[in-house]
Write a protein of this length. Structure first.
Length: 382
């Protein structure tokens, strides 16, 4: 189906009685007039959601037809604010501690009632993102889900439950890869409500890498490019990581990222450094220059694929199958022997074999612009 035809069909669907919140948005567009600026709230929680939100905020600001307002679950890093012009975001959390779902809902309700948006776009799969979707639906506001349709296949995983709930609530779904389309259609959603825009995380990657240029961060930690592995343990590191890290250090040096709450009491063996999370561009440069990435949370699977950095995911499943099918990602679980074997294989692989990664469709750094254009078309077609 052509893009213009898809927009027209989606607009008709939105105008139908089947989706009352989207009908409300259509009513707003008609009564306010085509040239009226639409207020759109962009809601996210932690860094992973913010890295999706930031480029879309910038694209909406540049489009001239929208007034974007960001509501975040955590304080914004100054580098992200400066890079994307993300000024004056509202915070749901009064301090640095994460909020419970009930606290997030109460705080998000106050923010949305004060903002009176025409549309709420939700980014990420954490508690703040779920709270934004729930509150917006309760208030009768239309909801769009960014990065929609991702599924790990782990129904008891909190992020997976949140993703499914957000996608069920949403009236419109911006999809980042083909698996998202397949998952949502198989779950019974109308195909016309699905818009394949691409991966916003790659937009952030492109902008931050352009900003940092050839910045080399490895030297900060006494290492050299492609001479170390970068390990991301997740927000609550599994104790089983300790022996894995010790064994991995026999293959190459390891830089381990301290969880954001700083509570991990790892005693690094020789060849291992535990570091605080650096500024976003420096962290991406650290990833770019690593020999391999090991991620327990799934963070940076997409970025590693685009940067052609081998990625070992310390889980049994991934919500981004494209990184497994054509990217650099391999699932290894928490099997120490398998992890060390794969690490040795990566280290000993010929240079031409390491250059096998392909980039999934629309992971080109232009997803935010496509999303803004899609919304502009939807408004213009009323």
């Amino acid at each position: 189906m052509g893009e213009k035809s898809r927009f027209i069909r989606l607009w008709k669907l939105m105008s139908s009685k089947k989706y009352p919140t989207l009908s409300r948005w259509c009513f707003i567009n008609v009564t306010k007039g085509f040239h009226a600026v639409k207020k759109i709230v962009l809601a996210a929680g932690g860094p992973q959601g913010v890295m999706l939100l930031a480029p879309f905020f910038s694209a909406l600001s540049s489009a001239g037809k929208f007034l974007p307002l960001a509501i975040l679950g955590e304080p914004l890093h100054p580098e992200i604010a400066e890079c994307f012009g993300l000024s004056d975001p509202l915070l749901c959390s009064p301090g640095n501690r994460p909020l419970s779902l009930s606290e997030s809902i109460a705080s998000m309700e106050k923010r949305l009632l004060g903002a009176e948006p025409d549309l709420v776009v939700v980014f990420g799969s954490d508690t703040s993102a779920l709270a934004a979707a729930l509150v917006a639906a309760q208030l009768g506001l239309p909801v769009a889900a960014a990065d929609a349709g991702l599924r790990s296949g782990e129904p008891q995983e909190q992020a997976e439950m949140n993703r499914r709930l957000i996608d069920t609530i949403a009236d419109m779904h911006f999809v980042s890869e083909h698996s998202g389309l397949y998952n949502l259609v198989s779950e019974g959603l109308d195909e016309e409500r699905l818009l394949f825009a691409g991966n916003l995380a790659i937009d952030s990657l492109a902008a931050l890498m352009e900003r940092s240029g050839a910045l080399s961060v490895a030297g900060r930690y006494g290492s050299e490019p492609k001479k170390y592995a970068l390990l991301l343990p997740g927000s609550q590191p599994d104790p089983a990581l300790d022996p894995i890290i010790s064994q991995l250090a026999s293959v190459l040096s390891v830089i381990v990222l301290q969880p954001e709450d700083g509570g991990w009491k790892l005693e690094p063996p020789d060849g291992v450094q535990l570091i605080e999370r650096p500024e976003p561009s420096a962290l991406l440069a650290l990833l770019r220059d690593s020999a391999m990435l090991l991620t327990a949370s799934g963070e940076f699977q997409a970025e590693a694929t685009v940067m052609n950095v081998p990625c070992l995911t310390l889980r049994e499943r991934s919500e981004r199958p494209s990184t497994l099918e054509i990217g650099t990602n391999t699932l290894v679980g928490m099997d120490t022997e398998a992890i060390v074997h794969q690490a040795r294989h990566i280290q000993n692989a010929p240079a031409n074999e390491r250059s096998r990664s392909k980039i999934p469709e629309k992971w080109d750094g232009a997803a935010a612009g496509r999303m803004a254009e899609m919304l502009t078309h939807l408004i213009a077609d009323n």
